[in-house]
Design a protein around this ligand. Sequence first.
Ligand code: GDP
Length: 736
Amino acid sequence: MLIRYFGKNVCWKIRRRFYHKRNFSATAGSDKTDLERIRNIGIMAHIDAGKTTTTERMLFYSGSIPNMGEVHDGNTVTDFMEQERQRGITIASAAVTFAWKGHRLNLIDTPGHIDFTMGVEQTLGALDGAVVILDSSAGVEAQTTTVWRQADRYSLPRIVYCNKMDRADADFDMCLTSIETKFDVTPLPVQIPLKNNSELSIVDLLTLETVTFDRSNQGRKVQRQKLEDPEALSLARERRRSLTDKLSELDDNLADKIIEQESLDDIPGELLLESLRRTTLAQRGVPVLLGSSYKNVGVQLLMDAAVFYLPSPNHHQKAKLYSCFRESFAARAFKVIHDKQRGPITFFRVFTGKLSKGQRVYNVQREKTEQGGKLYAAYADDYEEIAEVSEGNIAALGGLKSTITGDLLTGSVTAVARAKEILQRRDVEEADRRGLFDPARVPDPVFFCSIEPPSMAYQSALDTALQELEREDPSLRVSVDSETGQTVLSGMGELHIEIIKERIRTEYKIHADLGPLQIAYKETIGRRIKDSFELHHVVGSTKHDVTVTMSLIDCYEGEELLLMDNTRESASNLAAVHPRFMGAVKSGVSSALNCGPRLGCPVIKVGVKLHWLEVGKGTSETMVASAVSQCIRKLLEDAGVVLLEPIMRLEIVTPEAYAPGVLGDLGRRRTEIQEITVRRDDKIIRSLAPLSELLGYATKLRILTSGTGNFSLEFDSYKRMGPLEEQQAIKNVTGF
Ligand code: GDP
């Protein structure tokens, strides 16, 4: 009936709104009981393991979407950015909210490509637990190891789902071994696969039942039957005993029960379930499940497991830290996007208190109060307006113009001052305090390129696009080259810049020209140096006179860029300088160090010391800044400036047979091998390699290992180059 009046999609929206209201009222999560019913879960995996397909199934079975999309058709809900539809990869963390068995699941899709690990980090802080998806034919892959390590840092309890078990080459036992060796954690398989004429079903080891998923209605109907086949039953019993045994080593509570009962058999399923939950929360082991999302097998059991085993917001590692805000509102923004109709939308996780629509929020990092607009529950590219969001939940807020990913949103300046006071009284580690109030640490970009609009008419549209993209993704930086006036994009990897370019083209409809991709070199000085500089300038009738003495300190690692000479003579001279001229000195220092003499790259690992400053009457601040800049440039010319190049931590996993070829090739790339280890039939090669030697390495490794090897790359440090490499780098950049 409804369908006749409104059409299918509108009907679904009405149904969902009703369902939403019934399942989580506007004040969901406002008391501790409600909090226990929330799960903020990250979904993470190596690219292509099946995150998008699995998320889509979850939404479908929970009743949030009427139809399932398929990745290869480009119509899934979470891969909504046009970019992703074309590439079939998940770039941004889309948040989706749905209900499952009386619980509210907030699912955050984390990016799968190495270039987007920054996005993963931002998201992890908002989560309470994670589902890690593996491709059962591949086991644990390089990117998953990187994400797993990041999740370790955030102490996130996890469960693992071995997807693609329908494939002929899927190997559940191999996955368990690779979880144990690569993640260094005890896998606790709670299921085993059962294949009947290539039809996949699942044996639940806790209940010793076979679980089948009716193919005729897209796996919606889940049937459980006592396992009867004697052979399968005997195997399942053996696996159950082994699970109980492993669990008893990790959980004293269960061990006591076993001692009481004097047997590993016949421990009731509920006891195992409770034990698994305790073990998962304590991160002593990970429950492992299996399925085939594509063939609609196992996804409902995975959702059950997320509810059973993963923690509620009450268990968040930082809950105690955020409690300094008491009842007042405190939330962390973990994602910003720009919606064509709704403008900027900020996704955030509420740690304390609540937020109502239209309320003002104080952003701690930007030191700014902003007017919040509409408040939404998020369904990937669809939003449902809500009146209020409270502790433990994830929601999206419209209207914030300055907030960027990673910022702390609070109720007011006073609330922040009060929270700081409370923290002061508590014995809190400095790192935690800084983590709470300081801006998120953004890694240095390693690549950059110039970007230009197709014509001047597009300049302002391009500026807006870049501004928005920069807010969405803090690892992207946009700057203007002071010499050429060109706009410069800096990012974390080849694919990162490529994606940005395509987003500008497809979402903003600007066919921007990108210059060649260049490595972000830095410069530093070879030795300590001191000198003076005088500026005498007449502009109109005004005379400007500045005398300045400064020195550059090499190998400097301190945070303060400008240091003062504290000797008696200098100190009395500097004390007499008007504060506004000190501001000018600072701006002169940063502008000079921003553009080194060698290749115009930023100069790092340099400290600047001010020894003497005399400013003549009537001299302007601009002239003081200019004199300081010129003084530093002169010092840099004489200080033996050298180039520094980005060095990456490179981890390669390759079958043993290809290892000699890979190592031989690394030898030609100025690589410093740090460690070679063996895991089953694979060699793991850990090394430090200059980024300039790794352009297009993905293709090279694929050729060297016939497509079987993979690698992960992380920034390590900046290092001095040899004279020959330096010459080559200069030639690559300048062309001569
Ligand atoms: P993501 O990159 O992790 O989001 O992975 P996708 O969900 O995009 O899936 C990557 C590819 O694997 C797509 O072609 C899917 O159709 C396919 N796929 C996903 N799940 C399964 C599965 O259970 N079995 C098989 N055989 N293929 C799957």
